[in-house]
Ligand binder design. Structure first.
Ligand code: GLU
Length: 320
């Protein structure tokens, strides 16, 4: 029998999640990017975008924070849209590394491919694949236009975050040039790294992220603007990547306990997708050791478990 999911039930459950998690003192802001270390740690918001376009939210859902690694999702989709899903598999890959997001050892072990566009190496490689090759301005326009369409409204660069990250991204510089060494970067390494750093420094709200999740959940149709943002058949590919590595080396634990594919960012955001049903986003800056928001994880887990939502089970939902 189909379960009924409506805005008032969701409203109740996300408020419960908010109350249960808001005083949690676990984790710490990302400290390796100076801008992120100074964001108020108490910010917390949860937003859900249902497939029918209803938005249900609580807390700081219009606070603009750094999208960080969640930006790896739209750019991977953009590359699939421009060059086809097979190109991503061939040139980057779709495997989890089981290692931290910025691991150099993962590249040394794999040698032949960076593994997935959802870790730093594969994301820099994905930026190198964005068309048109060699034209930083046009590539950047393609990335930001796609982000706008996916989220249903414009995102703006947080200049201070971009500067902070550009001044300290020595590890990512090494990754870009190591990819060059293995023939796994498809444009100038410095240009590709700069695009990656810029996309990570885009400011986003939890509401916008939930709409992006809703667009993926609806096979590329933005539930708010109704625009077809990407080809329908691409959604299962991006959801499979998110499910495989969205929480880096904690991805298995996450899926086991939450049942929903989700991608995190060191800015404190998490974007979850329940295909056909909803996008869900939560934001709270303090992170665990793998770089995943502590409160946002707890809140989303509470919601999926309370509603009995799980992509691995025989659950069917009707949105009322
Ligand atoms: N810009 C960050 C980095 O490259 C993103 C990491 C993340 O959000 O996981 O280190």
């Amino acid at each position: 029998m189909n379960k009924k999911l409506n805005a008032s039930l969701l409203q109740e459950v996300i408020h419960e999640a908010y109350e249960k998690c808001k005083d949690d003192k676990g984790g710490a802001n990302a400290s390796y990017i100076p801008y992120l270390a100074n964001i108020p740690s108490g910010l917390f918001g949860i937003s859900v975008c249902l497939a029918n376009g209803q938005i249900v939210e609580v807390g700081d859902t219009s606070y603009v924070f750094g999208i960080e690694s969640i930006s790896k999702v739209p750019t991977a989709l953009l590359v699939m849209e421009q060059s086809g899903p097979h190109a991503v598999l061939e040139k980057i890959g779709a495997d989890a590394t089981g290692l931290p997001f910025n691991s150099i050892m993962a590249i040394l072990l794999e040698k032949d491919h960076p593994s997935t566009p959802l870790v730093n190496s594969g994301a820099i490689s994905a930026c190198s694949m964005v068309q048109p090759t060699g034209d930083a301005d046009k590539k950047w326009a393609a990335i930001t236009d796609f982000l706008t369409a996916l989220c249903g409204s414009k995102l703006t660069l947080i200049d201070e975050l971009y500067k902070s990250e550009s001044d300290t991204n020595f590890n990512n510089k090494s990754i870009a040039w190591l990819l060059k060494n293995y023939g796994r970067i498809y444009d100038d390494p410095d240009l590709s790294l700069d695009l990656y750093t810029r996309q990570c420094s885009m400011g986003v709200t939890a509401r916008q992220l939930s709409i992006a999740g809703g667009t993926i959940a609806c096979d590329g149709i933005n539930p708010i603007t109704k625009a077809q943002v990407f080809k329908a058949g691409l959604a299962p590919h991006i959801v499979s990547l998110i499910a495989t590595v969205g929480f880096y080396e904690h991805t298995g634990d996450w899926l086991y306990t939450s049942g929903i594919p989700a991608k995190t960012g060191v800015g404190g955001g998490i974007l979850g997708v329940l295909p056909g049903v909803m996008g869900i986003a939560a934001f709270a800056p303090p992170l665990d050791g793998a770089g995943n928001s502590v409160k946002a994880q707890k809140a989303i887990k509470y919601i999926t478990n309370k509603l009995g939502i799980n992509i691995f089970g025989h659950n069917h939902y009707e949105i009322e």
